[in-house]
Ligand binder design. Structure first.
Ligand code: PMP
Length: 383
């Protein structure tokens, strides 16, 4: 099976990630911070190292780097740990449900209000104006995705961060599709709250993610419990990371995530990964563009996207993905957990087939994929 669904999670994982996780499981998967015996100390050391690795990669303070179960968990922490009753938030029209649903829930229970600013592909100025037009006296936060998980559209995040700060607002980023692919630095990029998955561009395993936040923010816990510190105290500890990290952490996963970041650095960093993925995606764009009946949602004319969406006229996206599956290709069809984005880009009726090449895919695989799409478009049956 040729895996082309890296926007959902990257696969395969590098050998060094699998080996680091196996070594942890085999040799020192004791509970970090929960004992003074040598195995717990070794586990604590690994956790400490991994936190430094992750924080260093994004230019963050390790103490303000919180391990989470995934990007959704990090986003929920960012929103629910920071927003207060009466606050207003501005999000983009390309948000994933990981952003939209928590805010919708908070709005429904009367905690906050929010508005959606339309992203205009290829027109940063208009996009910025749309965000600015949504501001009101209660606005506290601009929160948006960096890269659309359906269309590959890149948002002008540095300009949005500047707009937020100029108006005394916080800027939060869902970097689910960009962490490890686009260079991101908390300070220089003006990011106050950064939410990342460990299991996508950082090459870590599923069950990992992180929230990183600046010194100007003090998120409250949305979940309390054992932290291995101040055990006789009823209140949740005030110090980070303990304040936001209750319960036993996913140490084998976290160790795998750190190994993934080391792999990424050795492979040439974000630039190398991005260059290869964009090359494969552009090759695919070109090949699909000459197939009759194939419509690409290349609305952004983004030369650097590392994923794309398309439909074959007359064939449902589900059937297309199924047929491609029988040809040996794993792609995702449907709405990709982002109703808002489909509504705003006019694909809410059909959904899309999404293809997301990864660092380990080859040009030949992409060529073979286009060949199969061509077959399906011509015959509308299994090749
Ligand atoms: N935001 C975006 C843009 C995504 O693509 C995804 C994953 N599909 C998420 C958030 C949620 O990430 P996770 O699955 O790690 O919770």
């Amino acid at each position: 099976m040729i895996y082309l669904d890296n926007a959902a999670t990257t696969f395969p994982k590098p050998a060094c990630v699998r080996n680091a996780m196996a070594q942890c499981m085999n040799c020192y998967a004791a509970n970090p911070g929960r004992g003074a015996h040598p195995l717990s100390m070794r586990a604590s050391e690994a956790l400490f190292d991994a936190r430094n690795t992750l924080a260093g990669f994004f230019g963050a303070d390790p103490v303000r780097t919180i391990f989470t179960a995934n990007c959704t968990h990090a986003i929920n922490y960012a929103l629910k740990g920071v927003l207060q009753k009466g606050d207003h938030v501005i999000i983009s029209s390309l948000e994933h449900n990981a952003v939209f649903r928590p805010l919708y829930q908070m709005k429904t229970n009367g905690t906050i209000t929010f508005d959606v600013a339309k992203v205009v592909p290829n027109d940063d100025e208009q996009t910025l104006q749309n965000f600015a037009a949504c501001m009101n006296d209660r606005t506290r936060l601009i929160f948006c995705t960096h890269v659309s998980n359906i269309f590959g559209t890149e948002l002008p995040i540095r300009k949005l961060a500047a707009l937020a700060h100029k108006n005394g607002l916080l800027f939060g980023l869902d970097a689910a599709q960009s962490a490890g692919v686009f260079p991101l630095q908390m300070g220089t990029d003006g990011i106050d709250l950064l939410c990342v998955p460990g299991h996508k561009g950082l090459f870590g395993p599923m069950g990992t993610g992180a929230l990183l936040f600046g010194e100007n923010i003090a998120p409250v816990s949305i979940m309390e419990g054992g932290t291995g510190s101040l055990s006789m105290q009823a209140e949740q500890p005030n110090e980070y990371p303990d304040r936001l990290e209750s319960g036993t952490v996913n140490l084998p996963g976290i160790v795998g995530l750190a190994a993934g970041i080391h792999f990424l650095n050795r492979a040439g960093g974000c630039a190398a990964v991005h260059e290869w993925e964009a090359f494969l995606t552009n090759t695919l764009k070109e090949d699909l563009s000459v197939i009759r009946g194939v419509r690409q949602f290349d609305l952004v004319q983004n030369k650097d996207a590392s994923l794309l969406s398309f439909v074959i006229d007359g064939v449902s996206v589900e059937e297309t993905a199924e047929l491609l599956g029988t040809c040996g290709f794993a792609v995702r069809a449907g709405f990709h957990c982002a109703a808002l984005a489909h509504t705003s880009m006019g694909t809410a009726e059909t959904g899309t087939v999404r293809v997301s090449p990864g660092f380990f895919n080859t040009k030949k695989q992409i060529k073979n994929f286009s060949f199969s799409v061509n077959q399906i478009a011509m015959e509308k049956k299994v090749c």
